[in-house]
Design a protein around this ligand. Sequence first.
Ligand code: ZN
Length: 277
Amino acid sequence: MIFKSKNTDLNFVDGVGFLTFSSLSQLGFVNHAFSTRIGGVSENEFKSMNLNFSRGDDKAKVDENYRIFCKACGFDYESLVSSAQDHNINVRFVTKADRGIGIYREHDRKSVDALVTNEPGVTLVTHYADCTPIFLADKTKKVIALVHAGWRGTVEKICEITVDAMTEKYGCNPTDIIAVVGPAIGECCYEVDTPVYERFASLTELKPAYFTKSIGHGKYMVDLKETNRRMLMESGLLSINITVSDVCTKCNSGLLYSHRASAGKRGGLVAMMCMTQ
Ligand SMILES: [Zn+2]
């Protein structure tokens, strides 16, 4: 397996592989990681660090994977709070009272695709296998968020909705927010048909020519990461504060679970982030 990236770091601790981004590491008040397939105990199509409870893997193995992953990446297992993703646009504010939800406590809400907190000691957990992870951290107000943006969430503007939620609830200024648009299926691999293309083409304020391309016969290539980058700028973030990972999940399906590369027979990746102070 060869991993090449100009802006995404592959780290190994105790045999667990995970990705990090220097713009978030440098902040000094957050711990963050994006998981890989490496270092877990799951087998077959889930091999090996499957962190998704709902794809048919043995629950005990997924539990063990969470414990292994947290230890390697420096997260407190007790502090995890999971999303409940359904490709909708609901943002949830979480606190210490929510610790364990979706991990070692039952889900209490059906639709949560973005998580926000302003409390240290709460680790946000969101789930992926080609969709776009977006990490947000306000360095002044000390507020963090994780967003899951598949094609639906992207065109329905979940990243903009989350930035607005941070602004309204905590008084964040978008120019203080550091963002990472993480590993997702890239423009190299994300082919869509006309109805999906038309949704992206309708985002005229973002200039769709920069993130859509016709390849003929009613097929198009779409750049989910660039769409979200442009939407974050439309929300007031500064270009200099946004990192877009150059890693494509489908091109790296030995390292990362890819829904398209596996035709749906796959485990799940997570993004995790918490404030340490
Ligand atoms: Zn690709």
